[in-house]
Design a protein around this ligand. Structure first.
Ligand code: PMP
Length: 442
């Protein structure tokens, strides 16, 4: 009997004992192709020799130094590298140890920024329904996932939510993408006015929505209009790229494809590629200067921020991701994955939508394709797909149940960027068979 408190109590999980490339092996000798990189984490696959070497060298030099006493060459190199790779406007890096921590830090930065510049009345956070931004109290409050929030609701700080950009379900018949984007931007505009034009501190959104919607990107113009609304009222735009960032969608940041730059962006997962727990907030020069010229202190911090071994791992991961050809490969493999899924599953009466960008793809499963009627949540189709996929040696990331009062099942694919064409085809075949088995007879 295990003494681990698993998320699903008593879950009988295989024991992972080895990982190499896109494969994980369990104690029974079974091999799994890592079609989701865990939860879009393992962007360079497992056992990457260069990352391991960078970590080893750092451990030999010094494994830990507290950031109130020291900086390290690894952390400085990581920050310089990230800033050099990021569009102008995001010029500083605040290191943390994961995605939820990044979101918490970004929220506190936004709040402190307004205190520093003499607008302490700004306190409201607006995010989107059906979103997930982490499990700590502030991040959970920001997310609009009703199921995850339900029992914690009484202890969550007040937040506000508007509609997500979810064209498959919410773009009306006959409505152009531009009109849909304008409608959503107007909704945000109205929400800000409702709360008080000078009372809102931040709008938080995930550019390509991962865990709660399944690789749903924005329609054209959406983020340009959202940026304009935020600018109109002096609201900070926080983009959560914990899942979709670090090259996952075919550019280092997903927002680069939208022609805008946020005030703050959160990253994690692919930043450390699973080799170490690490995240970061990248912030604008304007926010940095408000702190520097104001109190001279960011009133926040954790013991393990900027951990040297994590910084060394992330510095190497980002260096590898940014090598010439890497993003071309992500886009090419992403196109192959989309084409393969379209061919294998596009005609299925239970596959409503196949979407995504780069190596970030989602499949929405429905009881009826024409009416887009979701499956009964009691059927737990997403959990069945996961089990059937694992039985076939495939790891995919399922989500479903009741999300913000709406039902839905989807499967997320996020394979490592080093995936080969034949492995993409293998993922498609195994997923096709797993979905076929999961929906059989329902
Ligand atoms: N934001 C997003 C968009 C995420 O997908 C996640 C994790 N799934 C988080 C935040 C939280 O990250 P972590 O689990 O590392 O705390």
């Amino acid at each position: 009997m295990t003494r681990i408190l698993h998320r699903t109590i008593g879950a009988d999980l295989p024991r992972a004992v080895a990982g190499q490339g896109v494969y994980i092996t369990d104690a029974g000798g079974r091999s799994f192709i890592d079609g989701s990189g865990g939860a879009a984490v393992s962007c360079l696959g497992h056992g990457h020799a260069e990352v391991l070497e960078a970590m080893r060298a750092q451990m030999d030099a010094i494994a830990y130094a507290h950031t109130s006493f020291f900086t390290t060459p690894a952390l400085e190199s990581l920050a310089d590298r990230l800033v050099a790779l990021t569009p102008p406007g995001l010029d500083y890096v605040y290191p943390v140890s994961g995605g939820s921590e990044a979101v918490e830090a970004a929220l506190k930065m936004a709040r402190q920024y307004f205190v520093e510049i003499g607008q302490p009345q700004r306190r409201h956070i607006i995010a989107r329904r059906q979103s997930y931004h982490g499990n700590t109290i502030g991040a959970l409050a920001t997310g609009g996932n009703a199921l995850r929030r339900a029992q914690f609701q009484p202890i969550l700080p007040e937040t506000h939510h508007v509609s997500p950009c979810y064209a498959y379900r919410d773009q009306q018949v006959g409505e152009t993408p531009e009109a849909y984007a304008a409608r959503l931007a107007d909704e945000l505009d109205a929400k800000i006015r409702d709360l008080g034009e000078d009372r809102v501190m931040a709008f938080v959104a995930e550019p390509v929505v991962g865990a709660t919607l399944g690789a749903v990107g924005p329609v054209a113009d959406y983020f340009r209009r959202i940026r304009a609304v935020c600018d109109r009222y002096g609201v900070l735009l926080i983009l959560d790229e914990v899942m979709c960032g670090m090259g996952r969608t075919g550019s280092l940041f997903a927002f680069e494809q939208e022609g805008i730059v946020p005030d703050l962006v959160t990253i994690a997962k692919g930043l450390g590629g699973g080799y170490q727990p690490i995240g970061a907030v990248m912030l604008s020069d304007c926010i940095y200067r408000a702190f520097a010229e104001g109190s001279g202190l960011f009133q926040h911090g954790h013991t393990y921020i900027g951990h040297p071994v994590a910084a060394a791992a992330a510095d190497k991961v980002v260096e590898i991701i940014s090598r010439p050809g890497m993003m071309d490969h992500v886009r090419a493999m992403g196109d192959r994955l989309q084409a393969g899924l379209d061919a294998a599953l596009g005609q299925s009466p239970h596959v409503g939508d196949i979407r995504g960008r780069g190596l970030f793809r989602g499949i929405e499963l429905v009881a009826d394709k024409d009416s887009k009627t979701p499956f009964d949540p009691a059927l737990k189709i997403h959990a069945r797909v996961k089990a059937e996929a694992m039985a076939r040696g495939l790891l995919c990331y399922p989500a479903g149940g009741t999300i913000d009062g709406r039902r839905g099942d989807h499967v997320l694919l996020a394979p490592p960027y080093i995936v080969a064409p034949g492995e993409i085809d293998m993922i498609v075949e195994r997923l096709r068979d797993a979905i076929g088995a999961a929906v059989k007879g329902v």
